[in-house]
Design a protein around this ligand. Structure first.
Ligand SMILES: Nc1ncnc2c1ncn2[C@@H]1O[C@H](COP(=O)(O)OP(=O)(O)O)[C@@H](O)[C@H]1O
Ligand SMILES: O=C(O)C[C@@H](O)[C@H](O)C(=O)COP(=O)(O)O
Length: 326
């Protein structure tokens, strides 16, 4: 890919994660579906929070996590997303800009989005997200300049949950194409896929160059039970399909041809939050540098392995150092 100011520009919800360890019984008590993301209103988030044990706050947001990961690899990156004029917004802005990410989206009047991340003893994460300021995200927040200078624009599927953000999403994809960049898409979550299946299918077939999905999202998209059936359909539908399979690694299909990528060995899985986001970071980092698909996948596995070895979805050590060591 030719030289451009940004390797990747991400567009997604700007969210602060509130992370706590919980027992499985906490999930059943609050009627939460383990391993998924459920949308929640602000008062409900307060109720849930008050029933939790000690929690830590870290910047999150799915594509924002990927962009933070890319910055940690040393990529040139930007992020577009909406925070509010509050302390959570300041934390999010500080964290992302301190990593060297260009982030210029003006803050809005609604409070910053928050995601309660509940980590069970097996390391699985279950999320309840209040989108907050993200509900005020519109096409007017898109930076034409940033998008026009990106090799890849990475769009978050969660944006589909807000009508104005959904319009902005389509506009961003159009602007990217017009400027000669590649459109990458994350399907985000299986429930989100269920809510917007037809729109996602259309994008996978026509609007995106690179599609990231985990096993649950891919099977939800094609309404099948078997991973192989979903993979076959996605491989036929898009140019570059990147399918992740948790501890079984990942598979990439380029023009229908499969490449299998092993996972990185992880001594102890502490918290799987951000595995897919960081995998995407590594993969896109490799892609923006013209690496082979196998090498892109290995970079993804490496970054994902770092993130699941500790609590939270932002890297705790420099991914560039990790790659150099590897
Ligand atoms: N238990 C694990 N051991 C090693 N790597 C893992 C493990 N779980 C996830 N990963 C890595 O993270 C990637 C993404 O994980 P996955 O669970 O498929 O995505 P998501 O977080 O979107 O649900 C996998 O392809 C793999 O490289
Ligand atoms: O954007 C959200 O609603 C959730 C994020 O804040 C969270 O950090 C996240 O997406 C975690 O990533 P995943 O486990 O790879 O889905």
């Amino acid at each position: 890919m030719e030289n451009r100011e940004y390797d990747v520009v991400g567009i997604g919800n700007a969210v602060v994660d509130v992370i706590a360890r919980v027992e499985d019984s906490f999930l059943s008590k609050h009627d939460l579906q383990k391993g998924f993301m459920q949308l929640i209103e602000e008062d409900a988030i307060e109720n849930l929070y008050s029933d939790m044990g000690p929690a830590t706050e870290r910047s999150g947001g799915s594509v924002a996590n990927s962009i933070a990961g890319l910055a940690s690899f040393g990529a040139k990156v930007g992020f577009i997303g909406k925070v509010g004029h509050d302390q959570f917004g300041e934390v999010f802005r500080h964290d992302i800009t301190s990593l060297g990410v260009a982030f210029e989206t003006p803050s809005g009047d609604i409070g910053t989005g928050r995601c309660l991340v509940m980590v069970t003893p097996d390391g699985e994460r279950t999320m309840s997200t209040f989108i907050g300021a993200g509900t005020g995200f519109t096409a007017a927040d898109l930076s034409k300049d940033m998008i026009g200078k990106a090799k890849i624009v990475f769009l978050e599927g969660y944006l589909f949950d807000q009508p104005e953000a959904k319009k902005a999403f389509h506009e961003a994809a159009r602007m990217t194409r017009e400027a000669g960049g590649k459109v990458a898409l994350s399907l985000s979550d299986a429930f989100c896929v269920d809510r917007h299946r037809d729109d996602f299918l259309k994008l996978v077939k026509e609007g995106a160059d690179i599609v990231f999905a985990n096993e649950k999202e891919a099977t939800a998209l094609y309404e099948v039970n078997d991973f192989d059936d979903a993979a076959k359909s996605m491989a036929a539908d898009c140019e570059l399909a990147v399918l992740t399979r948790s501890e079984d690694g990942s598979m990439v299909f380029a023009d229908g041809n499969p490449v299998t990528i092993p996972p990185e060995h992880v001594e102890k899985v502490v918290d799987v939050t951000g595995a897919g986001d960081l995998y995407a970071a590594g993969f896109l980092y490799g892609l923006s540098r013209g690496e082979t698909l196998e090498s892109c996948g290995r970079l993804g596995s490496l970054a994902a392995a770092e993130i699941i070895s500790h609590l939270g979805a932002r890297p705790e050590i420099s991914l560039r150092t990790l790659v150099n060591r590897a």
